[in-house]
Design a protein around this ligand. Structure first.
Ligand code: GLV
Length: 372
């Protein structure tokens, strides 16, 4: 699908991000080509497009944007890569910086959608929402009984460990405070002012008679893992280096969790060692898990997470954390990921200085303008 006007800066969009956001690109005077099928473009096709001189490239988490592709782009006038996601571990940002190509992402606009999804996932796994529906749909609901065929666990009033208190982690804390949960935060960089503000809300709720006083505090990873009823992951995926989060939840850390605790992951699959998770679920080391992201997406047929014996304790979702109409598709840069990504393309191709662009993740250092 190619949307005119001709002989204008060209933009290649690797997935249909909604006609309203695409219309904003066309109305800005660009020639816009949208990859026309549901499946992502192959790496070869990306190479052809980038080599053909597109100036804007709008990507999703499915696209591998590596050093050779960025080098090709730099040689053919690529001016910006705008990723429709907050996470950008599929893009070699260091290489983009070396080639002088700004990379933009879509922070903030998806924080509440993703945080509420993580929150609902806690309920889905702990209250057995899907097994309950499946029982009804399959016609196997024979009788009402006080505890047959199984029961769930409360979420309200429990202790939740929030691993990573960036934007989404914080939005998740807000939801948990409303459910009278005690919150243990773990983060390499602590935001004590945030914790104090949430504590005030908790104190006010108690003062107004909404139950006993709840607490929030930063703590060690060991305390968070060993005492929480729910552990929710909100760390970005970093594959290498001293800040690596690859297999952050390894077998040893999973085994630190309580036998009645649940793990929730809405960040990136490789943050959890899936093989180890399958083992600790099988042997009852933890009570359950809910996953929205996987090492390989879509989840392979032979994944140990598909084992039927895990049906009651493991909920699996299709990377839907930010998946609401307004969050994914709104053309408004203050509401939607599509709007925020196309705004970066529009600003950049109209000559904005990447150092002044709010969602560029590899802003060049301040100093004389690169065009000066
Ligand atoms: C989605 O996974 C995102 O990073 O925005």
């Amino acid at each position: 699908m190619i949307l005119a006007p001709m002989s204008a800066p060209r933009v290649f969009v690797t997935a249909d991000i909604g006609k309203e956001a695409l219309r904003r690109l066309v109305d800005s005077g660009f020639e816009v080509e949208v990859h026309p099928v549901i499946e992502p473009p192959s790496y070869d096709l990306l190479t052809v497009k980038v080599g053909s001189g597109v100036e804007g490239l709008v990507t999703t988490i499915r696209d591998r944007i590596d050093d050779p592709l960025l080098a090709l782009g730099a040689a053919h006038g690529l001016k910006i890569v705008a990723q429709v996601a907050v996470g950008y571990d599929n893009i070699d940002v260091a290489a983009a910086s070396r080639h002088g190509i700004p990379v933009a992402n879509t922070p903030e606009v998806l924080s509440d959608a993703t945080a509420e999804f993580a929150f609902f996932m806690m309920g889905a796994v702990a209250r057995k929402l899907y097994p309950s529906e499946e029982l009804v749909r399959s016609g196997r609901w024979g009788v009402w009984h006080p505890h047959h065929p199984w029961l769930g666990d409360n979420v309200t009033g429990k202790t939740v460990a929030v691993i990573g208190t960036g934007r989404i982690g914080k939005a998740f804390v807000h939801k948990c405070a409303g459910f009278d949960m005690d919150v243990l935060c773990y983060s390499r960089t602590r935001d004590e002012a945030f914790a104090q503000a949430v504590q005030k809300v908790m104190d006010l709720r108690a003062e107004l008679g909404f139950g006993r006083r709840r607490t929030i505090r930063y703590t060690s990873l060991d305390e968070a893992l060993t005492t929480a009823d729910f552990v929710s992951l909100h760390l970005p995926l970093i594959r290498t280096g001293s800040s690596s989060t690859l297999h952050f939840m390894n077998e040893a850390r999973l085994r630190q969790m309580k036998p009645d605790a649940y793990l929730v992951n809405t960040t990136r699959g490789p943050v959890v060692d899936e093989q180890a998770l399958a083992r600790v679920l099988q042997d009852g080391t933890i009570a359950g898990a809910a996953l929205d992201v996987f090492d390989k997406e879509p989840l392979p047929e032979d994944s140990p997470l598909r084992d039927e014996r895990l049906f009651l304790k493991l909920r699996l979702f299709n990377h839907l954390g930010s998946g609401t109409y307004e969050t994914r598709l709104s053309p408004d840069p203050n509401i939607g990921m599509a709007g925020r990504a196309v705004q970066s393309v529009i600003d950049c191709l109209r000559g904005a200085d990447p150092r002044e662009m709010p969602w560029v993740v590899n802003r060049p250092p301040k100093g004389p303008s690169p065009n000066a």
